[in-house]
Design a binder for this molecule. Structure first.
Ligand code: PMP
Length: 768
């Protein structure tokens, strides 16, 4: 096996200058650069050209040298924009030339000097890690078609060889280190068959932070160096080795390291089975670092001392990974890669950056086929092709943090929900006129979360339909036709519900009265409104309220605020309809249902958006007596409502909520997020009140006179979009930033949104 050669060729700067002149015709000053195996010199010419001369380690195999030449040629042809060295030919027309120093022949090669900062020289932010991940993915896409016999080289750094290093275990001084290394290598041995079964190809294999260059901002990877350790190996080795080495170099901590994987999988998807093995690969690579260092300490103490720091960090990283455990690390990495243990390998047909140019075409087609007034988010619309957890991906391979969508309640494309939908659709997709267990299981599980008495379900396909039916039920059961709603409420799109949505229809029809929204006191207003309806001949059928008061601008009043309204409604014989389309399923963090947070129990509950995680599903839940009376009157049936596939989705959502403790996450992350935003709002002009609770938050955007500033809000929303964060606007004036992410949104995402918002606010274009 090829191990580390410890002493580079003894060539000095004047020899190097002479070789550059004689072999390449480059007249330059030579300056020694660090190098582990080769002896490297920087060559600066007087006319400003800049090269690196490599005097190749004489122990290096010619076949491996040829592999490096061929791969650089391949990459120059296949991926001309990729930041890898380009070959400078010698005067003899060869990529590798031979020169004599003190009678000894040395092979040399020259490449242009690549400016940039070594990734090893700074502590890397999430964005840099992501960018590095993507660049490695681009490299691997370009390497897919490359082959060379040298890729079969057996090198000690190939993780598959790591178990053979167990024989050096006694070179490690401490018992604890021996235990850690043994654990890692045994872990890998146990899964080596699965590792070998993964899709393999040519990989760089050694993307550690001293082989990667970043630009000054850290937002671009401008160099991938050293193709000397290339092997034919499982594709996942590329990001996994980088992850291990970034940890060992201490340039990224374990909380940030998933960003590298996330960036990589944006452009180069990995099957779940590969991500599942990253733990073994990373720990084995770290153990390899330890053992090679142990070996070196015996055979090359000076060389070993040079890398002592990074070996100490490798040990710390191994310790940390072992204490966090395989399950937790793997879950985090799956989240970053958008996979689960069973996600199949899918290649993204549309994910290459080259496909970005098609958005204009899509826009034109869309206008032709869907009308020019069909709503679109953002000044530069997004062409989304994939989602995973809190992330969405465009056709061009860009990744966005989704802080807007509550429909993918438990996360985009959650594997448990996808599997449930797939399994049921592969069995039968019928309707509720047949007996079916799935829909009953769902109804049981759902009503178990609701207060006693709210025990009977009617299934539809959307929030609008649920509210439409709830309203019809209220009218039928009360024999009246008057409604109370909040000012600027939104409840949906049907004719009847549009009448109950002053956000769409500021002039309410005669059977509807609006109540003033928080922070104003709606209690006294309720009596006035009921009397006004009566004066027009309408008895009160129902009061409908979105407990999150979303379209009002995301308010979170205490139960005392609503209590007098509910009392007045009940005294007038009206029903209370709790529209949980926004706040249901634990979004407030404190309560599973929004009405619980507001301190009332509705007579009818309506559900939509989040309940199917994207599969159309709406539910009306009420008392059995009310529902049975309504069904008798109308003989209600909806073809798709409550079909077993929708029910399977609904059930899976409730299961994930419980398994992943997402309501508790909404509380802890939401509270943290709110305090980050409040802190930012205090320090920034132009941000007002921060409102809401859990994972439904609003931030007011105001002008110098504290008036709503909707245009500025719009610019902020678009500015965030340009920086990879998706949010929306809300409120009667449209000046409230709406933050309503999937429930798996974590504190690291909250930090990212806050940091990005701070950046956007500092952008001088915002004022324009
Ligand atoms: N009620 C509320 C509170 C809503 O926010 C919405 C949708 N924004 C609806 C009802 C209507 O739901 P859908 O769009 O599924 O018809």
């Amino acid at each position: 096996m090829i191990a580390l050669q410890t002493a580079p060729p003894p060539v000095n700067e004047s020899d190097a200058g002479r070789l550059a002149r004689d072999l390449y015709g480059i007249e330059a000053q030579a300056e020694l650069l660090p190098g582990e195996r080769d002896r490297n010199f920087r060559l600066r010419t007087s006319d400003g050209r800049d090269y690196v001369l490599k005097i190749i380690d004489p122990a290096s195999d010619e076949v491996i040298q040829d592999c490096q030449t061929q791969v650089l040629r391949h990459l120059a042809e296949q991926a001309p924009t990729l930041p890898v060295p380009r070959i400078v030919q010698g005067l003899d027309g060869r990529a590798v030339t031979r020169g004599l120093i003190a009678g000894i022949a040395y092979d040399c090669r020259v490449v242009p000097f690549m400016p940039g900062v070594l990734a090893a020289q700074r502590r890397l932010e999430a964005r840099s890690l992501e960018v590095i991940g993507r660049t490695l993915a681009m490299l691997d896409r370009a390497l897919a078609g490359f082959f060379h016999p040298a890729l079969a080289q057996r090198i000690v750094w190939d993780v598959r060889q790591a178990p053979a290093l167990l024989k050096y275990i006694d070179y490690l001084d401490s018992n604890a280190d021996r235990k850690l290394a043994r654990l890692a290598l045994n872990g890998l041995s146990a899964r080596l068959g699965a590792v070998r079964a993964l899709r393999s190809q040519a990989v760089h294999g050694d993307c550690h932070p001293r082989n990667l260059l970043l630009d000054a901002t850290g937002e671009q990877c401008v160099g991938i160096l050293d193709f000397g350790d290339m092997i034919h190996a499982p594709l996942v080795f590329e990001p996994a080795v980088a992850m291990a080495e970034f940890l060992a170099e201490g340039v990224a901590d374990s909380a940030r390291i998933p960003e590298l994987l996330a960036g990589y999988t944006t452009l180069q998807r990995l099957p779940g089975a590969a991500v599942e093995l990253i733990y073994e690969i990373v720990t084995a690579r770290l153990a390899t670092n330890l053992l090679i260092h142990g070996w070196r300490s015996r055979h090359d103490p000076a060389g070993a001392r040079e890398v002592a720091d990074s070996v100490a960090r490798a040990t710390e990283s191994l310790e940390l990974l072992a204490s966090r455990g395989r399950a937790l690390c793997s879950a985090e990495w799956h989240r970053a890669a958008g996979t689960s243990a069973s996600t199949p390998a899918i290649t993204l047909g549309m994910s290459s950056p080259e496909s970005a140019g098609t958005d204009a075409e899509l826009l034109e087609r869309r206008q032709r086929l869907m009308g020019a007034n069909a709503e679109l988010f953002y000044e530069r619309p997004l062409h989304l092709v994939r989602g995973a957890g809190v992330w969405v991906y465009t056709a061009a391979g860009e990744r966005f943090l989704d802080v807007y969508n509550n429909v993918p309640h438990v996360g985009h494309a959650h594997p448990h929900v996808v599997r449930a939908i797939h399994a049921q659709a592969s069995r039968i997709a019928s309707n509720t006129r047949y007996l079916d267990r799935t829909v009953l299981n769902y109804a049981e599980r759902l009503t178990a979360t609701l207060p006693e008495g709210l025990d009977c379900c009617l299934f539809v396909n959307s929030g609008s339909e649920a509210n439409d039916i709830a309203w019809r039920i209220a009218c039928a059961s009360s024999g009246r036709g008057g409604a109370l709603v909040m000012q600027h409420a939104y409840h949906g799109i049907t004719e009847a519900v549009t009448a109950l949505s002053p956000a769409l229809r500021p002039e309410s029809p005669p059977h509807v009265e609006c109540l003033i929204a928080p922070p104003a006191d709606a209690g006294p207003d309720a009596r006035r409104a009921i009397d006004a309806l009566a004066a027009r001949g309408f008895g009160l059928a129902a009061f409908m309220i979105d407990s999150a008061l979303t379209s009002n601008g995301i308010y979170d009043p205490s139960p005392e605020w609503l209590e007098p309204v509910v009392s007045a409604v009940r005294a007038a014989g009206g029903l209370v309809i709790g529209d949980e389309v926004q706040y249901g399923l634990g979004r407030s963090g404190s309560h599973f249902w929004g009405f619980e947070r507001r301190g009332y129990v509705p007579d009818i509950v309506t559900l939509g958006k989040p309940v199917g995680n994207g599969y159309p599903l709406g539910v009306v839940v009420t008392r059995r007596s009310i529902l049975e009376a309504f069904q008798k009157q109308t003989g209600f049936f909806s073809t798709f409502g409550g079909n077993p596939v929708a029910a399977a989705a609904g059930l899976a959502v409730l299961e994930v909520m419980e398994r992943e403790q997402l309501m508790a996450n909404a509380l802890s992350t939401g509270t943290h997020f709110r305090s980050l935003l409040a802190e930012l709002a205090q320090s920034q002009r132009g941000l007002g009140e921060v409102r809401g609770h859990g994972l439904l938050l609003g931030v007011e955007v105001i002008d110098e006179q504290a008036r709503p500033a909707p245009q500025r809000a719009k610019r902020i929303i678009n500015g965030l979009r340009e920086r990879g964060v998706l949010i929306g606007g809300e409120g009667p004036a449209g000046n409230v930033l709406k933050l309503r992410p999937p429930m798996c949104f974590g504190p690291e995402h909250a930090q990212r949104v806050t940091d990005t918002l701070r950046e956007v606010l500092a952008d001088p274009r915002l004022a324009g």
